[in-house]
Design a protein around this ligand. Structure first.
Ligand code: ZN
Length: 171
């Protein structure tokens, strides 16, 4: 397994629309392992989408189970995911491995129904809410060439520079 290089804003490849996965073959399964390792290498990362590594396929992984006190399905590989319905909305803070220096406040649907293929090629349906639903909407945006930066209501009020903790002795 290997950790893949993450493209960062403003790389043009992050703006491209990804293509559906046709074959779930050995090569793709290896890529999924690498993609997951890459996700887990980012501190606090709860999701990753293939286009973030320059692979323009409709494939994402999420796992929000490390966050305390939320409902989740655990680790999910989402192949050709599609949101079937949206319900409610909420504002929440999001970060992204492709936008390492900022977080932003974004409006997302509170509950979604989702269909996606799993690694075995079986069609699955999920109902999600809250943080997990937000993470999925964020990752599917990557498949459509969108970053959370594209969804800020106002760039002035909703974009926040990440705090950099200086070491003792730094100026
Ligand atoms: Zn992201």
């Amino acid at each position: 397994m290997s950790v893949l290089k993450i493209l960062t804003f403003p790389d043009e490849r992050l703006k491209q629309v990804a293509e559906p996965v046709i074959d779930i073959d050995e090569k793709l399964l290896t890529f999924i392992k690498d993609l997951e390792e890459t996700m887990r290498s980012g501190p606090g990362s709860v999701g990753i989408a293939a286009p973030q590594t320059g692979c323009l396929l409709r494939l994402a992984i999420i796992d929000v189970s490390s966050k305390p006190d939320i409902k989740s399905h655990g680790r999910l590989v989402l192949i050709n995911p599609e949101i079937l319905s949206w319900d409610g909305y909420a504002v929440g803070r999001e970060g992204c491995m492709s936008v390492p220096d900022y977080t932003g406040s974004v409006i997302r649907a509170e509950r979604i129904k989702l269909s996606a293929m799993d690694e075995a090629g079986d069609e699955q349906k999920y109902e999600m809410e809250g943080y997990e639903a937000r993470a999925v909407q964020h990752e599917i945006d990557h498949l459509d060439g969108l970053l959370f930066l594209d969804r800020l209501v106002s760039r002035r009020g909703d974009l926040h520079k990440r705090k950099v903790y200086k070491k003792k002795g730094d100026k």
